[in-house]
Design a protein around this ligand. Structure first.
Ligand code: IMP
Length: 190
């Protein structure tokens, strides 16, 4: 099976992405030196993931991918968005629910940007999933903000109440990684 490096320490992301990679006959591996993603602060996930991919490639000198994702809440003007990685361990899901207390507009979306880097190019793939912030945490599966997010059409079912394949079928990550792997498979055929 062909192998490709995914630079991450996030086991949830790695598990979801690995399952999709398998659909394309590709096995993902984490860097053997245990390197994690180097994150800059920027205005968009695309800037963060593309920079991280370039940075990691300069160190590892092997083709690789990086996933930068975030939760964007409309009533909070897109917060936590690009700050999601800092907000989860600080405010956490309980803190987000407190910020949303009494707010009627629960619209939100997850976005995932996958960036690929090799010696000749950097290419990024962004996708999103719309949904809403629930009133309470629900479910044990998934990771991160999944317990407080319900995807459009799933009523009050949180993404943490979905099996991995079910989440992958509709999620920001599922869509972004499938776009990437379609492009990557084509690139390797030519
Ligand atoms: P980053 O992409 O590593 O910057 O992660 C941003 C934050 O969003 C982390 O705290 C992740 O746990 C969280 N996150 C990323 N993807 C998802 C997801 O699919 N579901 C729930 N939380 C996520």
């Amino acid at each position: 099976m062909e192998r490709l490096i995914m630079v991450t320490h996030n086991k949830g992301k790695f598990k979801e992405a690995s399952k999709i990679a398998g659909e394309f006959g590709i096995e993902l591996e984490m860097p053997s030196g245990g390197e994690g993603k180097f994150e800059i602060q920027a205005d968009t996930l695309l800037e963060v993931s593309a920079y991280s991919a370039r940075y990691a490639f300069d160190k590892l000198k092997r083709p690789l991918i990086v996933d930068d994702s975030g939760l964007f809440i409309e009533a909070l003007k897109g917060f936590p968005g690009v700050y999601s990685a800092y907000v989860l361990p600080t405010l956490g899901n309980d803190g987000i629910l407190r910020l949303m207390d009494g707010i009627q507009n629960r619209e939100a979306y997850f976005e995932c940007c996958v960036s690929y880097c090799d010696s000749s190019e950097i290419k990024s793939f962004s996708e999103r999933i719309d949904g809403k912030i629930l009133n309470m945490k629900k479910g044990q599966d998934g990771f991160g903000f999944d317990p407080i997010f319900s995807a459009e059409g799933f009523n009050v079912t949180s993404m943490a109440e979905m099996a991995l394949d079910q989440k992958n079928a509709i999620s920001h990550r599922g869509k972004a990684f499938r776009s990437f792997f379609r492009w990557y498979s084509e690139k390797n055929r030519t």
